[in-house]
Each structure stands twice: as C-alpha cells, then as structure tokens.
Write a protein that binds this ligand. Structure first.
Ligand code: MG
Length: 310
C-alpha cells in the first residue's frame, strides 16, 4: 500500500509567474462587501476586484462567473506581475467560489481503495448523483447537521470546475473545457443514504458541500491525476491517498457525462473520495458535534469546517 505522506506545511511552492496561472477566491468583509479577488502565490494575500481595477484600469466585471468564463482571465493575468496584493487573506471571509452553478455532479465509488473498502467492484462508467446548490457552503463555515442524522461521514474530493459549455466531447479534448479545480467536502448522512438506497437525500442537506478555499486554474495543476488528498478529524489523519487511485479519470468523466447532459460553464463535478471514510471502519468513527474536519489537497489548498448538530 503506497500511502502518500502529505501535509499543508509541505505544499509545493506554486509559481503564478507569467500568465494563465491564478487562484481566484470569492470573499466578504465589512469594507469590501461580497466580491472576489486574486490570491497571491503563497496563498496569504489578496487583491480585490476593486483594487485590481484601480491599479490596472481594467474594468473587470461585477459577477465572478462573468469574470471567470467570459474571457477576462488572459487580460488580467498579463497584469499580475505589476499588481500589489493589498489585503491579507485572513482579513476576509472566504466564500464558496461558485455561488450558483447550474449543477453539482458527484461521483460515487470512483477510487479503487474506497470501492475495495466498501466491498464493491469499481464501475467502468461514472455512477453519479446530484447535490443541489443550496448545499454549498463556505470553506471555513460550520456544517450544520440536523439532529435526526445519526451517522455523519466525511468525504474529501477533487472538484472540477467546467469553463465552457460542452456536449459530446472526446476524452482527448475533455480537459480543454476545464477551468480549474478546488476542494469539495461531500458531507454524507450514511443512515439516510442507505435507508433510501440512493444517495441524493443524504448528501443534499444545506451546508453539506463546503468547497474552496479558492479556484486554482488548471495551469497551476500539473497533473490532476497525481494529487495528494488528506482528511484530518480533530487532527487525526483519516484519509491519506492520491488522485492516482481514481478509477475513471477526469477527462473520461467529462467525456462520459457530456454524452448524457450538456456541461455548462460553472458546473462543478466532484470526482469521488478515496479510502478512509468512517463507514468503512470496523468501528466507524462518525462525526460528532464540535468535530473539526480539515481537508487538504496538494496544489489546491485546505478547507476546515466545524460540525454543529442542530
Ligand atoms: Mg462523494
């Protein structure tokens, strides 16, 4: 078993450098309001939309979706070397990066190690369910769990953000429609999931899709099929794997899904979770009130959420 040893402290240094490489976050604070900005290479500083506009004279749009998907990125990246990152990231609340995706598609059992632990043979075609956008949550907000849920579980996942509308795309061209990547926590109420024998209800509860901390453009991710993935609960490592263990690769997921439905700019595809979830343990350590779940993915950063039972 070749586990990947990985911690946020040893995240590889990311170079924004020339153009096209960027991290974009939605942020809020009293002064800035609800806006977005570009995150510095080290992940600690931020230039807000309005500061960027002031510094460069480029009238970038109010809506983050327009900024991301209407061709502004190239022009903005050209100016990155001259801008000054005027805020500390800790001054702002990071918000869910895409506020209103037309859909959030999630894969089930798409890691060899997770499928093995669940006693299932991996599928050769994507097995999917949809999470509603009302489940979206900010990267450091509480996960609010209804009191009737008795078996609450965590699932660390790489989420793909689609950058342009696409239908029936071949695998070789599928990555061209990817805008970037982020972390998704596919929070799961196992008791509901298995009672229903389908996944949607147990994974649709409001706040059950924390994601972020920002969007990392695809150019910053050299190989999305080789990223370390780690989940800690109250500091204890629970998941420690790699996207190299994904059954259906990202390009094949996109190609296959695009034969079923039109993928639209801003859509989120969460690519499944590796081994280590509570339900696969001999004595499952389900999440309790007050637990802190921290998910780190190489190149994509870290999100951390507290569990609060209603
Ligand atoms: Mg999942």
């Amino acid at each position: 078993m070749d586990f990947v040893v990985f911690s946020t402290a040893s995240l590889p240094h990311i170079h924004i450098g020339r153009s096209e490489k960027m991290k974009i976050a939605r942020v809020w604070n009293d002064k800035l309001g609800d806006t977005y900005g570009i995150i510095s290479e080290d992940g600690n500083r931020l230039v807000s939309k309005s500061d960027f506009q002031e510094q460069t004279g480029i009238p970038i749009p109010h809506s983050i979706k327009e900024f991301l998907f209407k061709g502004w990125i190239d022009e903005v990246t050209k100016n990155l070397p001259i801008i000054s990152f005027s805020h500390q990231v800790e001054e702002v609340h990071l918000l869910t990066p895409i506020p209103d995706p037309s859909k959030i598609i999630c894969l089930a059992f798409n890691y060899y190690d997770h499928a093995r632990d669940a006693g299932l043979a991996p599928s050769d075609e994507p097995v999917i369910f949809i999470k509603p956008r009302t489940a979206l949550n900010d990267p450091f907000n509480d996960i609010i769990c209804p009191s009737f849920v008795k078996r609450l579980d965590y699932e660390a996942e790489i989420a793909v953000i689609i950058g342009k509308d696409v239908k029936k795309v071949e695998p070789e061209k599928a990555l061209e429609c990817v805008f970037g990547y982020m972390i998704m926590h596919d929070v799961s109420a196992r008791d509901i999931q298995f009672k229903d024998k389908q996944f949607t209800r147990g994974k649709s509860i409001d706040t059950f899709a924390p994601c972020g901390p920002w969007i990392t453009t695809k150019d910053e991710v050299e190989d999305p099929q080789n990223l370390g993935i780690m989940t800690k609960v109250n500091g204890e490592i629970r998941q420690n794997s790699s996207s190299s263990k994904m059954v259906i690769s990202i390009k094949n997921i996109i190609s296959s899904l695009s034969r079923i439905m039109t993928l639209e700019a801003g859509d989120i595809i969460s690519t499944g979770t590796p081994a280590g979830v509570a339900m696969s343990m001999k004595e499952p350590k389900y999440l309790k009130d007050g637990d802190i779940v921290e998910i780190s993915i190489e190149n994509l950063g870290m999100i951390r959420n507290r569990i609060v039972f209603e």
